[in-house]
Each structure stands twice: as C-alpha cells, then as structure tokens.
Design a binder for this molecule. Structure first.
Ligand code: NI
Length: 183
C-alpha cells in the first residue's frame, strides 16, 4: 500500500466546507479502500487522526486511532474508528487547554482550547449511525478532525499565538519539562 499525499496549509481544500458523504457510498468497497489507505497513512506518520480534506478529498470523513505512546502515556486509547458526517450534539462548558499538532501544518505545535466533553453522532465504517460521549484527549481529537470538515485549522482556535512553536522547541521546552522526553 502506498501513502496518500498529504495536503499542507495554503491548499484551499483545507479551507473549504467538505461535502457530506453520500449514503450510497457508506459500506462500499471504495470507501473501505479509501479509509484503509487513510489508516495506513496515519500510522506511517504517527498521527492520531486524519480527515479526508487533508488528503485532497472534500468529504466529511475522518479516521481516528489513539494509542498510548511515551509522549502520551495517560490518554485513553481508541481503536481504529471511521467517522462519516459527524455532528457534535452537545458540548461541555468546561474547556481544556492542551497541545496540538496537525499533519497539514508540519512541524508546529500550539496550545488549543477544546470542550472537555462532547456528544457526537456519526456513521461508522459499516454505515451504522452511532452516538458517543467523549472526554479529554478523545474529545479533543474528534473536535480537531471535525474542524477539518469545516475548513478550520487548529491555529484558528488558538487564543494566544505566542504558544506556537516548532516541534524541536516543543520537545526541548515542553516534553522535557513534563519528563516525557523521547529522543
Ligand atoms: Ni489536523
């Protein structure tokens, strides 16, 4: 399998509202092949989520997979999950601030506020409608990917651009301080 080409900021597709996934596309082999390649690409680059506009497809579709890593030792893992036409039904008033990166904004990290808890409805890879309640990092990742369906990048959500930094600075200044330094 080959990696999908990832679009980077500046590409207009990342700023457009994505089209809904047509119901007749759900459960098809074509969609399955696409999401398989999206998971393959996501794993190769070590990400937790990838939305279709990021690979040049204007679709309200994303793949998410969360694993614990040395840098994220305490997150609640999430098995490979396909979300189509997701809608956030409820949002907590409580907001958490944490670091984010994005495969479409290579090499930078920034502090982003996100609702701590959300209730989301979406169609899964079997075309089944699902409603889930999420919190913490899982809620953060869903909000980040759903933003991609609306042409929003994490930097748009930042309250203070002074926290924007390169991955090198992030590793030296933030991860080391947390005792999470890797390589
Ligand atoms: Ni992203």
């Amino acid at each position: 399998m080959r990696r999908l080409l990832r679009r980077q900021f500046g590409d207009p597709i990342l700023r457009q509202k994505a089209n809904g996934v047509p119901p007749q596309l759900l459960k098809t082999r074509a969609l399955r092949r696409l999401t398989d390649r999206m998971f393959f690409t996501l794993r190769r680059v070590g990400g937790v989520g990838l939305a279709a506009p990021q690979i040049g497809k204007s679709l309200q579709l994303a793949v998410i997979e969360i694993k614990r890593t040395p840098v994220r030792p305490r997150v609640t893992p999430l098995p490979p999950t396909v979300i189509a036409n997701p809608r956030i039904l409820k949002r907590s008033n409580a907001v958490a601030l944490d670091w984010e990166g994005c495969l479409s904004l290579p090499n930078v990290r920034g502090l982003v506020p996100r609702h701590d808890r959300i209730m989301v409805q979406y169609f899964d890879y079997l075309g089944e409608r699902r409603t889930v309640r999420l919190k913490g990092f899982q809620a953060r990742v869903f909000q980040h990917e759903i933003d991609h369906h609306n042409g929003i990048l994490f930097v748009d959500r930042m309250l203070d651009m002074k926290s924007l930094m390169t991955v090198r600075e992030f590793r030296q200044r933030i991860l080391t301080k947390k005792g999470l330094m890797s390589r």
